[in-house]
Design a protein around this ligand. Sequence first.
Ligand SMILES: Cc1ncc(C[n+]2csc(CCOP(=O)(O)OP(=O)(O)O)c2C)c(N)n1
Ligand SMILES: [Mg+2]
Length: 357
Amino acid sequence: MVSVAAPSRKKQAPKGAGEGGNALSRATLTPRQQQALDELGKDRLVQMHRRMFLVRSFEQRCEQMYQQRKIGGFLHLYMGEEAVGVGMLSAIEPDDYVTTSYRDHGIALARGIPPALLMAELFGRVTGVSRGKGGSMHFYSKQFNLLGGHGIVGGQVPVGLGAAFTAKYLSSGNVSLVFLGDGAVQQGTFHESLNIAALWRLPAIFVIENNQYGMGTAIDRASAVDDFTLKAPGYNMEGVCVDGMNLLDCYAVIKDAVARRRDEPSPLLIEAKTYRYRGHSISDPATYRTKDEIQRYQKVDPIQQMKGLLAELGWLGEAAAKALEKEVRDEVIDAVNFSDQSDEPDPSERTMHIFAE
Ligand SMILES: Cc1ncc(C[n+]2csc(CCOP(=O)(O)OP(=O)(O)O)c2C)c(N)n1
Ligand SMILES: [Mg+2]
């Protein structure tokens, strides 16, 4: 008889993953972080920092625009999770595929989609990235290989799997990055997709953005395990956990993984431990968690950590950081003005763009 022991319920988060983690500093960089730093260099790293700040500023402005009723419907904010999207998407190529959930603002911006096209989408304007018909949850761009923006929890996972199949079928060397929440791990689509990805050795990289909650439910009330990498061996797949508050770690984990998979495709499961600062959506005051908990994560805020490291390295001084922040805020204001001046889609478009030709 062979038996497999159940893992203990409480698993330690990796050092630095939010709770009690170390802030980035030159003296304590791990060899992997140092390697990422050397590889990226000053200009790229400042650009990545800028992009994280763009996500934050864009969403702060979204909150304001929602209050002014310029944005309606659902609005799920990504604030706090910026290092995951920006770190990981900085390590892939424009022709690789990206799929995500309704919490898609940060992923779309990290992919390089101009903020004006995204704000216009939120405003329901025809100039938006989905012609004003998708809204916050359904950003989609063929040009940027962003296959949504999906409102059904776990619905994006088989779509990303299909993209990985395409890459393998065409021998294109591309990979498919599939982002999903901790809540989506419990969905059947996740398990079916992991099985097929492993069985057919597809270049799918599944990234669980574990922000600790699915709507108002904490993961320990919804999941039998705390460590989602445990799901990987059940599908004969490699699994790795990464500090999702740390830009360098998020970049490094994808960079290594993708390089190995371009010639020899195989799937990978990544769990990024992260945190969302706001409630599930704009209408959720998030009273199910304490101020203390939020403050613990804010101490390892991804943007503040990177700002501190860049200052320490002499790569972004105080004045340059201020100028960068102003430039980004202005870019977001331009996006609002562009959206304000754009038209709504013509009613005749109602039934268009539903099926691909
Ligand atoms: C199939 C399905 N069931 C339920 C819902 C309602 N719902 C929307 S978001 C959500 C929580 C998902 O949490 P998670 O996957 O952790 O993503 P997060 O919002 O934290 O990014 C639920 C249950 C849905 N949209 N689709
Ligand atoms: Mg979640």
